[in-house]
Design a protein around this ligand. Structure first.
Ligand code: PXP
Length: 247
């Protein structure tokens, strides 16, 4: 089964915002990603709009989802965010437990501690026909709770995997240990009938091994490394290189 590649375009908005104009053109970049084979576009509007703005979300929503490219909006389910998502009607919403000034997502949900909030917002998304995913760690208790609050999918937080994989390779240690935690919950996830996405710090070095060990991996969302690789390989080549790792 091939895994879908959703390109996170936050960094393109960050570059644009650095000079205050409209270059690079975020919408054109997103359209080009789709034309070059991306299966999805991901954005993570934050409250301070330091990269993706609310307007970007509305503009992207005019184009995506398209027939070949999904639209995924990530974020903390504040009132503002929920309204934005319900207006934009993306293919998928991925909820992350970010605080307002957080640099980047660095932990999964404590679903139990946020049970009421998550259950309520996921119900709204469900009624609106928007698929939902919860950014989460490979913890059986959290996974069971994710099912109880009504998530369709979970997104494995892969930051610690990426770090462990890099260290293991550098010190010539056994890389199999780096995926043990994820593998240990796969049968539970199957029983719960949750789909599996993954994201954070995935790159051309660590992606193939992760995919090989998670047979039902439906989608990865990748931003930082993919945009960095574009500087050297160009957008079209880079997307194809990532897609090859996911085939
Ligand atoms: N998934 C989530 C929930 C994120 O917050 C991010 C970063 O915006 C990503 C995936 C993509 O991470 P990276 O930029 O390291 O590829």
């Amino acid at each position: 089964m091939s895994t879908k590649l959703s390109v996170n375009i936050n960094k393109i908005a960050l570059l644009r915002n650095a000079r205050g104009g409209m270059v690079p053109d975020l919408l054109q970049f997103a359209k080009d990603c789709a034309a070059f084979g991306a299966d999805g576009i991901t954005v993570h509007p934050r409250q301070d709009e330091r990269h993706i703005t609310r307007r970007d979300v509305r503009d992207l929503a005019q184009i995506f989802p398209s027939s070949n490219c999904e639209f995924n909006i990530e974020g903390y389910p504040s009132l503002d965010f929920v309204r934005l998502v319900l207006d934009a009607k993306p293919s998928q919403v991925t909820l992350v437990p970010d605080t307002v000034n957080q640099l980047t997502s660095d932990h999964g949900w404590d679903v139990k501690a946020n049970f009421k909030l998550l259950k309520e917002v996921l119900y709204e998304f469900h009624l609106a026909g928007i698929r939902s995913s919860l950014f989460i760690e490979a913890d059986p208790i959290q996974l069971e709770a994710a099912k109880e609050v009504g998530a369709d999918r979970i997104e494995f937080y892969t930051g610690p995997y990426a770090e462990a994989y890099y260290d293991a390779r550098r010190h010539m240690q056994d890389v199999n240990k780096t995926v043990e935690k994820f593998k240990s919950v796969l049968s539970l996830i199957e029983e719960l009938e949750l789909g599996i996405n993954a994201g954070h710090d995935l790159n051309l070095d660590n992606l193939k091994f992760f995919k090989a060990n998670i047979p039902n991996l439906l989608e990865v969302s990748i931003g930082q490394a993919l945009v960095r690789d574009c500087l050297y390989y160009g957008l079209e080549n880079t997307i194809q290189m990532y897609k090859r790792e996911l085939a």
